[in-house]
Design a protein around this ligand. Structure first.
Ligand code: FAD
Ligand code: NAD
Length: 468
């Protein structure tokens, strides 16, 4: 029987990063993945394919809507070849997942294909298909089994027309009318993809705003822009049934007044969140407790109720984000090597890759109000930047929240072109506990979108933005 210092179950961004870091730190490491490709949700059916389709559909939208303004004329009609778009996406996925296999080989990590299932706290059975299980021994194990799409109890996901993100990433036709249940990250990103490709898109959201966990100003700005793009929104609507007859889907919901509203379309994307995934893990055999929401219970060190078993990523509490899973993978590996790493969960940024993009780190205004913190706000609109006018990306703003007494930056919230990349400046500033004045006094290259960060910091510091 093969024996390891660490075995990792699941090869998503949490698992594969944990494996690399364990190997870097000199541990004999194995990774177990039930699918034939590595990379988990993120690389196969999440972050990477969704961004590939967002990029392709963005190019198309630019070509049909903005090229002429730039003085670029395309003789004849610009058309979408959906099959090609989806196959390019798949090529990006294939290349990226092969890259993980390369990294496993480079770091001498043993990769096992099959479902990992605890025999006891130090032995894991690995079963591939209907084959006989193979057992490995591991001093320590990291559970990184991720998540799966969740649904509503009355919805039957048929994977053809009533679909989750997984199917929406490989449709064979452009929907005529895609109804999206849930105006969170997935609904808005994939809704925007199909809107750009020509579908009518209707978002039905239970809360009174889209992306409800982000700062309310971001929800408002993104909804304003997406409404201009002709996406329809129905907020404060409680979906109560989804039914398919032939190719037609009917969604019934109750609005705020309790009146029934009926929507019909040819596709319904259910994007109401994801659930932690522990099916087949046989966690109880190892003494690992799963809580009532299906999450693996962990302490501050990400240690489960079995002392030699840890859990990271989507399967434990906190934001379901790839970079959060990665940080946790490194943290557990470093702890096992005797180090004392730390994660500041307040500084895990959140991004929505619509166009304009949305990005945030730290506290929202709503959270500061609720905590009774006295704060000041500096805000700067993208449209006042030369860079934004040059590219015609004038929607959005940067908003900085700073402590009114100490000037320490408490939150950075943005909507605009490339803010997914810009948020790193907010994270860096907050990691070093910068004041708004610290950011305001840094030179920001001109012309860049980043100048909006400096200007918002100037506005927060002394209400003295320069270009407005
Ligand atoms: P996962 O990536 O889910 O990986 C878990 C792996 O474990 C899977 O490969 C699974 O097959 C395997 N597994 C499960 N059980 C077993 C078992 N018993 N034995 C063996 N293997 C097992 N996050 C971002 O930060 N940015 C984004 O832009 C982004 N976009 C997304 C877009 C979509 C459409 C979706 C669905 C998600 C997106 N996410 C994004 C979320 C991100 O994908 C997850 O947060 C991330 O993948 C979690 O990583 P993980 O390692 O915890 O688990
Ligand atoms: P989400 O939690 O972002 O959004 C779900 C939305 O559905 C919420 O707005 C919620 O209020 C709404 N909702 C819940 N029940 C409803 C109901 N009965 N009727 C109508 N609306 C309802 O979840 P998601 O969009 O499915 O994404 C799942 C996870 O994947 C998220 O946690 C997210 O972090 C991750 N993800 C991240 C990215 C990114 O980082 N860019 C992209 C995609 C997914």
């Amino acid at each position: 029987m093969s024996s390891y210092d660490v075995a990792i179950i699941g090869s998503g961004p949490g698992g594969y990063v944990a494996a690399i870091r364990c190997a870097q730190l000199g541990m004999k490491t194995a990774i177990i993945e039930k699918y034939s490709t590595l990379g988990g949700t993120c690389l196969n059916v999440g972050c990477i394919p969704s961004k590939a389709l967002l990029d392709s559909s963005h190019h198309y939208e630019e070509a049909i809507k903005h090229f002429a303004e730039h003085g670029i004329e395309i003789p004849g009609e610009v058309k979408v070849n959906l099959e090609k778009m989806i196959s390019r996406k798949q090529a990006v996925v294939d290349q990226t997942t092969k890259g993980i296999q390369f990294l496993m080989d480079k770091n001498k990590i043993d990769v096992f294909e099959g479902v990992g299932s605890f025999k006891d706290a130090t032995h894991i059975n690995i079963t591939k298909g209907k084959g006989k299980p193979k057992t490995i021994e591991a001093k320590n194990t990291i559970i990184a089994t991720g998540s799966k799409p969740s649904s509503l109890p009355f919805i039957k996901i048929d994977k053809e027309r009533i679909i989750t993100s997984t199917e929406a990433l490989k449709l064979k036709e452009i929907p005529k009318h895609m109804m999206v249940i849930g105006g969170g990250v997935i609904g808005l990103e994939l809704g925007q993809v199909y809107k750009r490709l020509g579908s009518e898109v209707t978002v039905i959201e239970y809360m009174d705003r889209i992306i409800p966990t982000m700062d309310a100003a971001l929800s408002k700005e993104l909804m304003k822009v997406m409404k201009k793009q002709k996406v329809k929104f129905h907020l404060s609507h409680k979906v109560k049934s989804v039914e398919r007859k032939g190719n037609e889907i009917t969604v019934k919901a109750d609005n705020k007044k309790g009146e029934e509203v009926v929507f019909t379309g040819d596709y319904c994307l259910v994007s109401v969140g994801r659930r932690p995934y522990t099916d087949g893990l046989n966690a109880e055999a190892a003494g690992v407790k799963i809580d009532e929401r299906g999450m693996v219970e962990v302490n501050d060190h990400l240690q489960t109720t079995a002392p030699n078993i840890y859990a990271i990523g989507d399967v434990v509490r906190g934001a379901m984000l790839a970079h959060k899973a990665e940080e946790e993978g490194s943290l557990v590996a470093e702890q096992l090597a005797g180090q004392k790493p730390h994660i500041d969960y307040n500084l895990i940024p959140g991004v929505v890759y619509t166009w304009p993009e949305v990005a945030a780190v730290g506290k929202t205004e709503e959270e500061l109000k609720e905590a009774g913190v006295s704060y000041k706000v500096g805000q700067f609109p993208m449209r006042a930047l030369g860079r934004s006018r040059a590219s015609m990306d004038i929607d959005g703003f940067v908003k900085i929240l700073a402590d009114s007494k100490t000037d320490e930056v408490l939150g950075v919230h943005m909507v605009g072109a490339r803010v997914a990349d810009l948020i790193a400046e907010g994270v860096t500033a907050m990691e070093f506990r910068a004041s708004a004045e610290d950011i305001a006094r840094m030179s920001h290259a001109h012309p860049t979108y980043a100048e909006a960060v400096k200007e918002a910091a100037l506005a927060a510091t002394e209400d003295r933005a320069l270009h407005i």
